[in-house]
Design a protein around this ligand. Structure first.
Ligand SMILES: [Zn+2]
Length: 254
């Protein structure tokens, strides 16, 4: 049985960057266009959002853009228009940010947690290890103002069920407390959202670590990819990479 009634992947922005950011020591000098996604899961117990994309203001306000997306980052700002802002996309589904009960953050990088400012009412789930890593300041993809734990943050440790059929799966490596999400669909194969444990299909097929890993723990990242693949095979689930434009376009066309 599953409590899941509906599932929507949502394109919140696109980001052009060097492919070696997604695949460790592969594709340097090759630019790719990556989707930045959020996923809405409706259950009989409430609505869950996996990730919330970027902070719209940091991209579209000139002074904030200069402050946050500067040369030191190694990549520029994503492309995100007003219509892609998650609150506006929810409105098109007849929903508002108030209708989201839980925001589940796979990790705290800017393209996953930045949009949190639009969901101040929701309960936020994030791993304690992830918050500790983000606060260690050894990774420029965390934006300081986005990782300050609020009263509505629930710091989690390890795997647990968010609802019947929705399970948080540990997949560390890219970051210390990275989480993937298992979703038992009402019909058809279960979906495993890899998150940034696997940006591209290539990460999954070739078992290649993401380009940037916590304390360079690429082996841990590869272990997580293998864990997700094994789970997908055993349970006949579909494993979704997170920043793969071709994969996203195929899913969006369905
Ligand atoms: Zn990331």
């Amino acid at each position: 049985m599953t409590a899941v009634t509906k599932f929507w992947p949502i394109l919140t922005a696109t980001h052009r960057y060097d492919k070696s950011i997604s695949t460790y020591k592969r594709g340097a000098g090759q630019m790719i266009e990556a989707p930045i996604l959020a996923y809405l899961i409706e259950t009989t117990n409430g609505r869950i959002l996996y990730d919330v994309g970027c902070d719209y203001r940091k991209i579209n306000d000139t002074s904030q853009r200069e402050k946050y997306y500067n040369a030191a980052l190694g990549f520029g700002a994503p492309q995100m228009d007003e219509a892609q802002r998650l609150s506006n996309q929810l409105a098109r589904l007849g929903l508002s940010p108030k209708d989201i009960d839980v925001v589940f953050l796979g990790h705290l990088h800017f393209d996953h947690a930045g949009g949190l400012c639009d969901f101040c009412g929701a309960e936020v789930h994030v791993q304690a290890d992830e918050v500790a890593h983000a606060n260690s300041k050894d990774d420029v993809a965390y934006f300081e103002d986005e990782i300050v734990a609020q009263a509505n943050w629930r710091l989690k440790q390890g795997e647990y069920d968010l609802a019947t059929g929705v399970r948080a799966i540990t997949s560390p490596g890219h970051t210390a407390g990275h989480m993937s999400l298992w979703i038992e669909m009402p019909t058809g194969a279960p979906i495993i959202l890899a998150g940034d444990a696997a940006d591209l299909t290539e990460n999954i097929v070739d078992e290649v670590a993401p380009g940037n890993c916590w304390q360079d723990k690429t082996e841990l990242a590869v272990e997580s990819i293998r864990k997700l693949k094994t789970l997908a095979v055993a349970e006949k689930a579909t494993l979704w990479p997170n920043h793969d434009m071709a994969f996203w376009q195929r899913m969006a066309a369905k």
